[in-house]
Design a protein around this ligand. Sequence first.
Ligand SMILES: Nc1ncnc2c1ncn2[C@@H]1O[C@H](COP(=O)(O)OP(=O)(O)O)[C@@H](O)[C@H]1O
Ligand SMILES: N[C@@H](CCC(=O)OP(=O)(O)O)C(=O)O
Length: 367
Amino acid sequence: MAERIVVKIGSSSLTSDEGGLNRSKLDFFASELSALKRAGYQVVLVTSGAVAAGFRAIGYTSRPKQVHEKQASAAVGQAMLMQAYQESFGRDGYIAAQILLTRADFSNRRRIESALMTMEELLRQGAIPVINENDTVATEELKFGDNDMLSSLVANLVKAKQLIILTDTDGLYTADPRFNQDARRIERVTQISEDLMQLAGGSGSSVGTGGMRSKLEAARIAMRGGVPAFVGRAAEPGDLALAVSGIGKGTYFDTSLGNLPVKKQWLGFHSMPQGRIIVDDGAELALRNGGKSLLPAGVRESEGDFHPGDVVEVLGLSGDTIGRGVVNYESMQLKAVAGMNSDEVKRRIDVSRIEVIHRDEWITLKA
Ligand SMILES: Nc1ncnc2c1ncn2[C@@H]1O[C@H](COP(=O)(O)OP(=O)(O)O)[C@@H](O)[C@H]1O
Ligand SMILES: N[C@@H](CCC(=O)OP(=O)(O)O)C(=O)O
């Protein structure tokens, strides 16, 4: 199968601060993507810019702040974006296909699997899926807001070889380069620590939303899903190909993890935990490093009202989250048998599976 590359382009790379599309910039990125297609890659584009492209045309003088104004701007600008991509890719002999997604679509396994099937078919047919958040229906509490996170979830979903996040800066610096002239670029990152997160500031333009911070959060999700990421700039013809080949103008985020199955992606990134289980140090070690199931003996306490099949969050004695899993016990049952060995549990209650959480239905969230 052809290797897949997911490319995310931010508003600041496609539009001007005063609003409106910058066609020459968009044409440049489209030809960069076409070049990847010609080189044999399957390409998925996650594009921002709908709000920024549309707000001036609909009558606002600056990027609006109210949600319904942004949604109205996006409704106008999304059509402009797609028309421009159709024309630009069309010149290179490729078809652009619009896909609009919300966070709620990712939480619903059937909907996201359906979106994946559509993307698979589009890629088989040689089209370029062009994805944005469905701004008109996304509610504020459930919005991605910026498309960085959306692009990492898409990269995990399609099991991309690489996620390329293009922006107006050539990578992650030791400080926001707008304010600190001594800031140095960080070439490679293997783990996104809290210290690293502290280096990243907000957006550099009046049209971008996420800033470097949201790009780091996105890179962390991609790495966790087994997809290496790149954050940087493509300004000259061939820059995107250089980024893909490992010598781009930006920061590389490496991962040694394999691709995460869609079921585990859902568990880790989209499910809604119904309760919390606190485990002892031995169980924490077994879950983190041993690839083991959680047994009642390791459970110290549980909180919340959950039922078999619900997702619960698991914490260590320090209060740190270890991961999430699908629980096999009623919350009341688990309280009654916490800390007991498996034979004793079997004598006392009737459960279909002795594991509180089976390792196949578990994901570790932090190293
Ligand atoms: N440590 C940092 N390294 C690099 N850029 C940073 C850093 N902290 C903040 N930034 C800012 O993040 C901006 C990119 O984010 P953003 O404006 O949201 O772009 P986009 O629209 O491409 O998503 C850069 O222009 C830069 O000014
Ligand atoms: N869905 C929105 C994305 C908002 C946005 O600005 O994102 P980004 O430029 O990636 O920080 C749009 O198309 O305007």
